[in-house]
Design a protein around this ligand. Structure first.
Ligand SMILES: Nc1ncnc2c1ncn2[C@@H]1O[C@H](COP(=O)(O)OP(=O)(O)O)[C@@H](O)[C@H]1O
Ligand SMILES: [Mg+2]
Length: 212
């Protein structure tokens, strides 16, 4: 699904964070955005995902400019997984009716199957308060499984491995490959080396996108 962002501006109160963003991402393309912390990367992804309403300019995804359409068509993985105090199953399905086959497939791609099959309660194991019963890498892979199960055509990645150590990062990287395959992807990071899989990389600086 194609994304067209045109003359997008965004301010918090009087503070302009994004100032005339123009970006077209072809269907199936993987684009990276690099930029310093505080530069507006997360704000841009929250706008694209429909979490924030557009103030100025437009975001078109698959021919629609509605924020409800964006929330439906976009799955996002953030730096720290937001888990509910519920089972792994509910954290992946987000309460939507989902067949076990869909859940198991998402777990397989998210590299969770081995771990879950060793749990006495399997998918019905609780993740605890704010994910206290699972490791950081497992929590992030549950968030990735949630994005896979949503089966949205557009995937946004907001520094998904930056809070994890090296070994855990690799498992999460493999899970991300399972998520991004065949989808339109926008991956943001403050570290250029995290964006090596992207077909092109842009820099967000001063509220504008620059060709790297
Ligand atoms: N909810 C908010 N209210 C006010 N200012 C915010 C809010 N979220 C982010 N900001 C500010 O907007 C700027 C961009 O933040 P952010 O999009 O999180 O950047 P990045 O993801 O590149 O680190 C920063 O100066 C940040 O302090
Ligand atoms: Mg950020």
């Amino acid at each position: 699904m194609k994304i067209v962002i045109d003359n997008l501006k965004f301010s918090y109160g009087g503070k302009r964070v994004l100032d005339n963003i123009n970006l077209t991402i072809k269907s199936g393309e993987t684009v990276g955005i690099v930029g310093v912390s505080g530069g507006g990367k997360s704000t841009l992804l929250k706008l694209i995902s429909g979490l924030y309403e557009v103030q100025n300019g437009s975001i078109d995804i698959g021919g629609s400019q509605s924020s409800a359409g964006r929330r439906r068509n976009v799955a996002m993985v953030m730096q720290n997984a937001m888990l509910f105090p519920a089972s792994i199953r509910d954290n992946i399905s987000c309460g939507h009716a989902m067949e076990d086959a869909v859940l198991y497939h998402a777990c397989e791609l998210a590299q969770l199957s081995g771990w879950i099959s060793g749990l006495p309660d399997g998918l019905d194991t609780s993740v605890g308060e704010r994910g206290s019963q699972v490791s950081g890498g497992q929590a992030q892979r549950i968030a990735i499984a949630r994005a896979i199960a949503k089966n949205a055509p557009v995937v946004l990645l907001d520094e998904p491995t930056s809070a994890l150590d090296g070994g855990t990062g690799t498992a999460v990287m493999n899970a991300l490959t399972g998520l991004t395959k065949g989808r339109t992807v926008l991956h943001v990071s403050h570290q250029m080396e995290r964006l090596s899989g992207c077909s092109r990389i842009l820099r967000l600086e001063g509220g504008h996108l620059h060709v790297v």
